[in-house]
Design a protein around this ligand. Structure first.
Ligand code: SF4
Ligand code: SF4
Length: 150
């Protein structure tokens, strides 16, 4: 991580991050890759992961083309973060920094361990089921959380 400024997540605002720092901030939890169901008032989060997520290692199978391949892919940018904050888990690194909170000690930028997010069950690895394996009529059975503000 040679092109990242030392402790950039503590010293700079999100707007001040370089593209490499913005990318490095993600903890790879993949919680934002869970399918959502919406109605007029609520957003329901399921434990169903996007078909592009490789459940075995919790990575996107086509990360560089993700928003072209998956219409609902939440590709966070400085410009769209604010309107998407409500879709992000409270643990999301971008949300924490936006709220002026510190990153957890296990975050790979601090621990220098990219696997620890999975070892500590902070990711959706071993928790989600792929979209490819779930019939759409059964989605409601997979709801695990809801967001009331839309
Ligand atoms: S929820 Fe936030 S930290 Fe987790 S994978 Fe998505 S963007 Fe990265
Ligand atoms: S396409 Fe987007 S939502 Fe799907 S796995 Fe890749 S990053 Fe996650």
């Amino acid at each position: 991580m040679t092109n990242l400024r030392k402790l950039f997540w503590e010293k700079y605002t999100l707007d001040q991050l370089t593209p490499a720092e913005w990318e490095a901030l993600c903890d790879s939890c993949a919680k934002c890759c869970l399918m959502k169901i919406t109605d007029e008032e609520k957003i329901f989060i399921t434990n169903i992961s996007c078909k592009n997520l490789q459940v075995s290692d919790c990575t996107c199978s086509d990360y560089s083309n993700r928003e072209k391949k998956v219409k609902d892919c939440l590709k966070l940018t400085k410009d769209n973060l604010q309107k998407n904050l409500k879709f992000l888990p409270s643990s999301c690194s971008y949300k924490l920094i936006d709220e002026g909170k510190p990153l957890p000690q296990w975050h790979h930028l601090i621990s220098e361990d990219k696997e620890i997010v999975h070892k500590l069950n902070q990711s959706i690895k071993n928790y989600c089921v792929s979209e490819a394996l779930v019939d759409q009529k059964d989605y409601e059975d997979h709801i695990v959380a809801e967001i009331t503000e839309k």
